[in-house]
Design a protein around this ligand. Structure first.
Ligand code: GDP
Length: 299
């Protein structure tokens, strides 16, 4: 129910419109496919992904001899679910302890908030959590993370503004080992305008993690703002080039009608969406389960 509420705008942007054209057309024909195509494009599913969905829809309708427009909805659900189920798991790899999670993404995407929410969830599960204030570029980022740390009741390892991100994460790892922490969540700086810097910085962090914390299972989560639509896809492409992203946290889905961006990330980039943000509150982060997502969208 919460997911459905979080998707209210996207339901208006996709579901209501699809329902409407299916009602208007009644019978399956080429123009109807074009209308659905238009809706998907407008919802930021991306051109390639939309083409693929429409192709599959057309073929499946033909194969199953579907003539009633209403019946396309079931097919659409089937196709979207299938498209979202990429080979890589949508679940966080946190079953063994310790785990280190590196959070990457541009400023404003919702990195700090997501770290707070993730920390809260693990804490609720009884895990020992530690945070590392690796976004040393902005003093505000360190402060924000501390506010979340206090709210959730977990410690934050920090250095001063301008310090080396890798050094902060080095310290955090030593602390995590000494305290037998289950999950260490690390913030990183989100400067995308200088790709080489970003690559160097994330590369350095990666090496520290490998050298100092080989026993930890590792996640590199890219935080993307769903309201930025196709821009989010572009960011994902750049981050994918500079580092090994293991999953996406898609934030602010509650704030956009363009939830179709989920489809683009999964199918065009082949990166699993693992978590979705559906509000500003501490509880507003959900595991991404393709079937549940499609059900909430069309249910
Ligand atoms: P950062 O710069 O990437 O660390 O971004 P922040 O975590 O500070 O988030 C930027 C803004 O987005 C804040 O006002 C957050 O409350 C808001 N935000 C983050 N996630 C969500 C979400 O899932 N839904 C909504 N509505 N707002 C969010």
């Amino acid at each position: 129910a919460k997911l459905k509420k979080g998707l209210t705008k996207t339901r208006q942007g996709i579901t209501s419109k699809v329902d409407q054209v299916l009602k208007t057309y009644k019978k399956v024909d080429e123009e109807l496919f074009e209308e659905i195509e238009e809706i998907l494009i407008t919802s930021d599913a991306g051109v390639n992904t939309t083409m693929e969905i429409i192709d599959r829809l057309r073929n499946l309708a033909k194969e199953r001899k579907i003539t009633e427009a209403e019946d396309l909805k079931g097919l659409l659900k089937e196709i979207l679910t299938d498209l979202l189920k990429i080979e890589k798991s949508n679940e966080l790899n946190v079953n063994s302890s310790p785990t280190i999670i590196l959070m990457v993404g541009v400023n404003g995407a919702g990195k700090t908030t997501s770290i707070g929410k993730i920390a809260y969830q693990f804490k609720e599960e009884g895990k020992k959590v530690l945070l590392a204030a690796g976004d040393t570029f902005r003093a505000a980022a360190i402060d924000q993370l501390e506010i979340w740390g206090n709210r959730v009741g977990v410690d934050v390892i920090k250095h001063q503004e301008g310090a080396d991100t890798a050094a902060v994460i080095y310290d955090a790892i030593q602390s995590a080992k000494a305290r037998k922490i289950d999950v260490l969540i690390c913030d990183t700086a989100g400067r995308l305008h200088n790709k080489k810097n970003l690559m160097n910085e994330l590369g350095k962090v990666g090496k520290i993690v490998e050298r100092e914390f080989p026993e930890a299972s590792k996640e590199v989560l890219l935080v993307l703002d769903a309201t930025t639509g196709q821009n989010a896809i572009q960011q994902a492409k750049v981050f994918k080039e500079v580092t090994d992203i293991t999953g996406v946290v898609l934030t602010k889905l509650d704030g956009t009608a363009k939830g179709g961006v989920v489809l683009g990330i999964s199918s065009e980039l082949d990166i699993p969406v693992k978590l979705i943000g559906v509000g500003e509150g501490i509880n507003d982060l959900q595991k991404f389960v393709p079937q549940d997502f499609v059900n909430a969208l069309f249910g």
